[in-house]
Design a protein around this ligand. Structure first.
Ligand SMILES: *Cc1c(COP(=O)(O)O)cnc(C)c1O
Length: 453
C-alpha cells in the first residue's frame, strides 16, 4: 500500500507499535502527524483531522496553545532540568506541590511526582506497601480494582488494569483482585434495577473483603468514570454504597483521576462529580495539558501524615524517578492548571456538556447504537447488532474500527474501543466544531451499518 521511502513506510519499518491493530496499519498506513491547530492535527500530506480524542485524552487546551508554549520556552531558558532527590528540588516543583494541594479536594496533603500515570499508580501501590509495612501490617498487600479498569501498563499498574489483553504478559501478578465493572447496561441481570445492581456490587465487595481478610488488603483503586474501559460512569449510588464498606475495613480509597482530573467530567475532580472522598488522587494526562510527560500522586491529609511519619522513622523513602518533579513539567503544569481553571476551559466543558449529550442522544437514535453514555466531555456510543437484546456484532466485522477508519477518511479522529466509539474532545472546542464531530460521525455510522447490517 505504501510507497518506499514514504513517511508511512519508514514508520512501519523502524517503529514498534503499541496498542495498534497491525492489520489496519498494513492496510491503511500510519497517520504521520506534524503539527496541530487548536483541536485539529495535520498530517505529512497536509490533511487536517479534528481530534475528538484530545490526542490521548490529554491535549485539553489543543495543539498550539501560545501560553503553554511560552511557559515551556521560558522555563527551558531559566532552568531546563533538575531532579528531586537528596534534599534538592526546583522552585517550580515547590510551587506546583502547593498548587496541587490547594486545588485538590483535600485541606492539606503531600505530592509525589512521576513521568506518567502508570508510574503514579505504581508509586501509589509502593507507598501503600511501604506504609502498611512501616505500621506493622506487612500482610496488607493485596490491591482491589475492577474489571475493565485501566490503570496503566507497568507490571503493577497493568496488574491493576482489568483487561484480558494482559494475559499475553502472564499478568496480573498475584494479589491483584478485580471486582465487577459497575456498568449497569452491560452487567445488570435480567429484571434487576440499577439500585439492586449497585447493592449487588457492594455485597460483592463486602464478601471479597471477608474472604480475603481485610488485614491483607492494601487499598482500593478506581477511576470515577472508567475511561479506556469504554467511558463507563458508575451505576447510580455506586461510590456511596462502597465508600462506607471500605472505610469500615480501613482500606484506603485511591481515585485514579488521570482522565477525570482537571475538568473532564465537568468538576475539577471526578470524585466531586460522583460525591465521594478519596484518600489519595492519581493525576497525569491533562496535568500538563499533554505538553510534558508527568504524573503525580496527591495524598490526602490522613495518608500524608501517616506516610510522612513512616518516612521520618525510617529516615528515607527509597523511591523516585530521575525526572520526578522536572522543572519544565512543573512550570507547564502550573500554567496548564491556570489555563484550564481560569481561562474558560473548564467553564466551556460545563457549558457545552449538555449540548454534547444532546448530540450523543441523537446519534444513539440509530437502531445499531445500543447505548450512549458519559458525562462532561467524555462520551461513548456502543454499537450493537440487535438493540433489544444488546447483541454485539461479530468481532471479526471490526465494526468500531471501521467506523473510526471511515471517520479518519472524513477528517475526524475518534477511537474504537471494543464495540464502542469514544469521544473526548479538547476543552476548547466550539459549537461549530462539535457539530463537525456529530455530522462526520453520523455519516460514518450510516455508511458502516449499511455495510454490515
Ligand atoms: C492513561 C491512564 C493511565 C496511565 O497513564 P500513562 O501516562 O499512559 O502511563 C492510568 N490511569 C488512567 C485512568 C488512565 O487513563
Amino acid at each position: 500500500m505504501t510507497a518506499p521511502q514514504s513517511w508511512e513506510a519508514r514508520a512501519e519499518e523502524f517503529s514498534l507499535y503499541g496498542f495498534t491493530d497491525m492489520p489496519s496499519v498494513h492496510e491503511r498506513g500510519t497517520v504521520v502527524v506534524t503539527h496541530g491547530e487548536g483541536p485539529y492535527v495535520v498530517d505529512v500530506h497536509g490533511r487536517r483531522y479534528l481530534d475528538a480524542n484530545s490526542g490521548l485524552w490529554n491535549m485539553v487546551a489543543g495543539f498550539d496553545h501560545p501560553g503553554l508554549i511560552r511557559a515551556a520556552q521560558d522555563q527551558y531558558a531559566r532552568f531546563p532540568g533538575y531532579h528531586a532527590f537528596f534534599g534538592r528540588m526546583s522552585d517550580q516543583t515547590v510551587m506546583l506541590s502547593e498548587k496541587l494541594v490547594q486545588v485538590s479536594p483535600f485541606d492539606t496533603g503531600r505530592v509525589f511526582y512521576t513521568n506518567s500515570g502508570s508510574e503514579a499508580n505504581d508509586t501509589m501501590v509502593k507507598i501503600l506497601w511501604f506504609l502498611h509495612g512501616a505500621e506493622g501490617n506487612p500482610k496488607r498487600r493485596k490491591i482491589l480494582t475492577r474489571w475493565n479498569a485501566y490503570h496503566g501498563v507497568t507490571a503493577v499498574s497493568a496488574s491493576m488494569t482489568g483487561k484480558p489483553y494482559n494475559e499475553v504478559f502472564g499478568l496480573p501478578l498475584p494479589g491483584f483482585i478485580h471486582l465487577t465493572c459497575p456498568h449497569f447496561w452491560r452487567e445488570g441481570r435480567e429484571g434487576e434495577t440499577e439500585e439492586q445492581f449497585t447493592a449487588r456490587l457492594a455485597h460483592e465487595l463486602e464478601d471479597t473483603i471477608q474472604r480475603e481478610g481485610a488485614d491483607t488488603i492494601a487499598g482500593f483503586f478506581a477511576e470515577p468514570v472508567m475511561g479506556a474501559g469504554g467511558v463507563i460512569p458508575p451505576s447510580k449510588g455506586y461510590f456511596q454504597a462502597i465508600e462506607p464498606i471500605l472505610r469500615r475495613h480501613g482500606i484506603p480509597i485511591i481515585s485514579d483521576e488521570v482522565i477525570c482530573g482537571f475538568g473532564r467530567t465537568g468538576s475539577t475532580w471526578g470524585c466531586e462529580t460522583y460525591g465521594f472522598t478519596p484518600d489519595a488522587i492519581i493525576s497525569s494526562k491533562n496535568l500538563t495539558a499533554g505538553y510534558f510527560p508527568m504524573g503525580a500522586v496527591i495524598l490526602g491529609p490522613d495518608l500524608a501524615r501517616r506516610v510522612q511519619d513512616a518516612i521520618e522513622r525510617i529516615e528515607e523513602f527509597p523511591h523516585g524517578f530521575t525526572a520526578s518533579g522536572h522543572p519544565v513539567g512543573c512550570a507547564l503544569a502550573l500554567k496548564a492548571i491556570d489555563v484550564v481553571m481560569n481561562e474558560g476551559l473548564a467553564e466551556n466543558v460545563r457549558r457545552l456538556a449538555p449540548r454534547f449529550e444532546e448530540g450523543m442522544k441523537r446519534l444513539a437514535g440509530n437502531p445499531n447504537i445500543g447505548e450512549y453514555r458519559g458525562v462532561g466531555f467524555m462520551w461513548a456510543l456502543e454499537a450493537v447488532k440487535d438493540k433489544p437484546t444488546k447483541t454485539p456484532f461479530d468481532a471479526h466485522l471490526s465494526v468500531s474500527e471501521r467506523i473510526a477508519n471511515t471517520c479518519t477518511d472524513l477528517g475526524l479522529i475518534c477511537r474504537p474501543l471494543g464495540q464502542s466509539i469514544v469521544l473526548c474532545p479538547p476543552f476548547i472546542i466550539t459549537e461549530a466544531q462539535m457539530d463537525e464531530i456529530f455530522d462526520k460521525l453520523e455519516r460514518a455510522l450510516k455508511k458502516v451499518f449499511a455495510e454490515v447490517a
